[in-house]
Design a protein around this ligand. Structure first.
Ligand SMILES: [Mg+2]
Length: 406
């Protein structure tokens, strides 16, 4: 029998001596896909020289503002609470690099930034978040210059809305309290899919409270019936035997996927779980390395990759992951850090070939949703992608008014 993993990894599946192999993609194909240009440089006929980059604060929002010599502007919003303590890295090791550079060279600049001042030694959320803030601001500026939404600057806009699942962030609930909480979230959001947490979070097999996970999984299906799609996230709770046991329960209720079954950087254990289960295993929100994503995709270490657009350093790097995932016919469903992060998710999901069935929604988008025209809203389980230039904020002047440099 052809096993799906053998097929994906290109391992021989035919009888010995037949000379027939199920050919998976070659490593070269993944590398070519990742190396192809992301930025639509052809949209810009003249240089866009970066004159200034500043970190601003307004209320609780950290805003990166970029301006070109010709007066074009762009902004990004940091993922809370990282601005509080990553500001020095942004200001000393990231922003100064861009001054005087041509924004059209963004992809090459990101590589040079990684080398600059030995920045690569900081690889991880501490470097990639500040890089993402600058990259998002530059892409916003480029989109405004081109008069195109961000998705059209990094690819083509393939969809104008995306289906969402509503996520519960709780583990302090009993199973009964959790389904009541989920009912509220579904009601408030109109989502047709949900996600809840299993296990204890980085807990070496301990449950959040005794028996919670095995009671909760069937109870969610029983409560919501077959009309809702269910996701579960273990946040690195289990070793493979325990993860497989929980995965079987999720197969029983026909869940969409199991997220981060094992410690996130234990790629071998995660692959063992993915190999054993028939429901997809997803992961990658804590992954910082291009080469480890490549490993996960080539070796089918997961079935769905989930870079975080902030933690992983921005759109360009994440599109490269999605391109490699495309070669393996694997969806790329980004993880979302809170605050304004859902807006970047919308643009990313609008432009990649396969963003998966649902994108995450954490409620609380009303504040930021109103910055767009039309406002970003959830209707019938779908969220609209901003269509204005750049990231799509309609009143940039108003946003900057009262913001102070920090
Ligand atoms: Mg997660």
């Amino acid at each position: 029998m052809i096993n799906r993993r053998a097929f994906f990894s290109g391992v021989a599946v035919a009888g010995a001596g037949s000379g027939l192999r199920a050919q998976g993609p070659s490593p070269d194909q993944f590398d070519r896909a990742a190396a192809a240009p992301v930025l639509k440089r052809g949209l810009f006929s003249s240089p866009v020289i970066i004159e200034s980059m500043r970190l601003l604060k307004k209320g609780s929002d950290y805003i990166v503002h970029v301006r070109s010599k010709d007066g074009a502007e762009g902004v990004s919003l940091a993922n809370p609470p990282r601005g509080e303590y990553l500001a020095p890295i942004l200001k000393k090791l990231v922003m100064p690099f861009f001054i005087g550079k041509d924004a059209r060279d963004l992809e090459e600049l990101l590589w040079e930034l990684y080398r600059w001042n030995d920045n690569y030694k900081l690889q991880g959320l501490a470097l990639w978040s500040p890089q993402a803030w600058t990259e998002f601001a530059i892409l916003d500026m480029l989109g405004r210059i081109a008069g195109k939404p961000l998705g059209a600057v990094i690819g083509e806009v393939r969809r104008k809305e995306v289906a969402i699942y509503v996520a519960s962030g709780r583990r302090d609930t009993s199973p009964q309290q959790e389904v009541e909480h989920l009912q509220k979230l579904v009601q408030q959001s109109g989502a047709r899919a949900l996600k809840f947490r299993v296990g204890g979070r980085m807990s070496r097999n301990a449950d959040a409270s005794p028996g919670r996970t095995k009671t909760l999984i069937p109870l969610v299906r029983k409560t919501f019936g077959d009309s809702i799609d269910i996701h579960a996230d273990s946040n690195s709770s289990y070793d493979p035997p325990q993860a497989i046991e929980v995965g079987r329960m999720l197969e029983e209720i026909k869940a969409v996927y199991l997220e981060e079954p094992c410690p996130f950087d234990h790629l071998e254990d995660t692959k063992k779980v993915a190999d054993a289960l028939t429901i997809p295993v997803s992961g990658g929100e804590q992954e910082y390395s291009h080469w480890r994503f490549r490993w996960m995709i080539l070796n089918r270490g997961v079935d769905i990759v989930q870079p975080d657009l902030h933690y992983y350093g921005g759109m360009v790097r994440s599109v490269r992951v999605a391109r490699m995932a495309d070669v393996a016919n694997m969806p790329t469903t980004v993880h979302i850090s809170g605050g304004f992060g859902f807006v970047y998710m919308l643009h990313f999901a609008s432009a990649v070939r396969d963003p998966g069935r649902y994108q995450e929604y954490k409620l609380g988008t009303e504040k930021y949703g109103a910055w767009f025209d039309p406002p970003i809203a959830v209707k019938n389980g779908m969220m609209s992608v901003p269509s204005g230039p750049g990231v799509g904020i309609k009143d940039l002047k108003g946003l900057l008014q009262g913001a102070v440099e920090v």
